[in-house]
Design a protein around this ligand. Structure first.
Ligand code: ATP
Ligand code: MG
Length: 465
């Protein structure tokens, strides 16, 4: 590894007072102390870091003593990784002694760590050059891996030999994709080649860790470009996604292969701007966009005219989405909603109020707002012919807006009367109450009765008399 020494100052983001204070305390006691890793990268990019880690030449027990003498509460988890956590009002700060990691026999955590004397040693355990910058309390940056050059050029490159680094910890493969997606950086070629080579090792990484990286990858502003390049790698986690690559749908409604179409849909999910951080996309929509057409290859049939048909692909896609998200241990409610969006992505009801009302009841009005965004992105990723369907989406959405403006309700529980009202009118407690409410809701949906308390009460009286 060739080390370069750089000095760089930043005034794009001030170092928070609590961080300066800890750096000052360690410095005053004669130790080297720096902000390290992601926070330096973010500050140099003009972004607000979400946490600050400090790396220091000071041993964990001395660090703990310095904090104690200064009256700062701290957690001493030094026996694990040489980290002492200072508990401060502005947020906890982890102080880690410069260290060298031992072998990674579980591809997750080093078997041992050895304390090291310098940045030059500490840097070797870090994943990418842009994550290997150290900033002192005055804002001067120490760069021994060429991280600043890579940050300026927008390059993700491993520190040291990429095969070795991904071999030690396969999660770094997904981290590289996540940083590339979030910052719009390009993964350097040798780094990328090693990622592809080591991708199978991802099977050994826990579901939770994969899911957390996957979220970052798909929500980042450059997710489509990253997945376009890294689809083979993601195929280790979601095999059906790799099947979409090169899959020609043989229909006039599409002018891209299924993976390209999927990425176009993802691109069409709007980016949300957030103060101090980079624009990103909604997680549920990004996930639904990624998974929405995965059922196509298995449903594909070519007719005698050479046209492809993929009947049933939303349901097949729903099944795949359910399996993928369950395997990756996503929360049940998230899985349920993504599955609904996938299952409904191709549904356009008749342009008629009752049908749209029923549809909103099936889906839930909030999820319908998401479906609209997904359907719009999906339609716009079709060929010109396919894009004509946008009119149907617009009609449907106008009717849905009308319904909402008229105060329509979309669930039995939102009717103007409740179970206790039904009981007060003489219905015995038990399943009969629910049946009556369901019948009322049906009448309401069919337009036979409006959601007015007196009318509903009258109707219940008739039913139970
Ligand atoms: P984020 O903004 O997502 O927090 P980060 O770079 O701060 O990005 P962390 O997971 O908080 O990422 O880790 C802090 C630093 O620790 C990284 O910048 C990197 O130097 C190092 N690091 C974290 N995870 C790994 C890993 N799996 N392999 C090598 N170094 C890592
Ligand atoms: Mg961090």
């Amino acid at each position: 590894m060739v080390f370069e020494a750089h000095e760089r100052r930043t005034d794009k983001f001030p170092i928070p007072a609590s961080v300066s204070m800890i750096l000052g305390l360690l410095g005053a006691a004669g130790h080297e102390a720096y902000i390290a890793g992601g926070a330096v990268r973010d500050m140099l990019l003009g972004l607000v870091p979400h946490d600050f880690d400090i790396s220091s030449s000071c041993s964990p027990d001395v660090t703990a003593r310095i904090l104690e003498d200064a009256g700062i509460r701290h957690l001493d988890n030094a026996s694990v990784h040489g980290t002492v956590t200072a508990i401060l009002e502005g947020g906890n700060i982890e102080i880690t002694t410069f260290r060298v990691d031992g072998k990674y026999s579980d591809l997750r955590r080093p078997d041992s760590v050895t304390f090291a004397g310098s940045i030059e040693e500490d840097v070797r355990r870090r994943d990418f050059t842009v994550n290997s910058l150290y900033m002192d309390k005055d804002g001067s940056v120490r760069d021994v891996t060429g991280g600043i050059k890579d940050l300026e050029a927008g390059v993700i490159r491993t520190v040291g030999d990429p095969d070795e680094r991904f071999g030690e910890d396969a999660l770094r493969i997904l981290r590289a994709m996540r940083f590339a997606s979030r910052f719009g950086f390009r993964i350097e070629d040798e780094t990328f080649a090693a990622m592809e080579k080591c991708a199978d090792e991802l099977k050994k990484i826990s579901a939770e860790r994969i899911a957390s990286e996957l979220n970052g990858i798909i929500c980042g502003k450059d997710a489509p470009a990253v997945i376009r390049r890294c689809w083979r790698i993601l195929g280790v986690i979601i095999p059906e996604l790799a099947l979409c690559h090169g899959f020609d749908q043989h229909t006039h409604f599409h002018d891209r292969d299924c993976l390209e179409h999927t990425l176009c849909v993802l691109e069409g999910i709007p980016l949300e701007e957030k103060e101090g951080s980079l624009p990103s996309r909604d997680l549920m929509l990004s996930m639904s966009a990624l998974l929405h057409d995965l059922g196509k290859p298995e449903c594909f049939k070519l007719d005698e005219y050479g046209t492809g048909h993929m009947r049933g692909h939303p349901e097949a896609g729903r099944r795949i989405a359910e399996r993928v998200l369950t395997e990756l241990k996503y929360p049940t409610a998230f899985t349920r909603d993504v599955c609904k969006l996938v299952a409904f992505h191709d549904v356009f009801t008749p342009q008629e109020r009752t049908a749209v009302h029923r549809f909103l009841c099936d889906l839930g009005p909030d999820l319908y707002e998401k479906l609209k965004v997904l359907q719009r992105a999906d339609i716009m990723a079709h060929s010109e012919l396919g894009r004509r369907r946008i009119r149907r989406l617009e009609y449907m959405s106008e009717i849905a807006d009308e319904l909402k403006a008229d105060g329509a309700v979309f669930a039995v529980k939102d009717l103007a009367i409740s179970g206790s009202d039904v009981i007060s009118l003489g219905c015995p407690e038990g399943p009969e109450v629910g049946k009556i409410l369901n019948l009322l809701f049906e009448k309401y949906l069919a337009g036979e009765i409006s959601n007015k308390r007196e009318l509903l009460m009258e109707s219940v009286k008739e039913m139970i008399s």
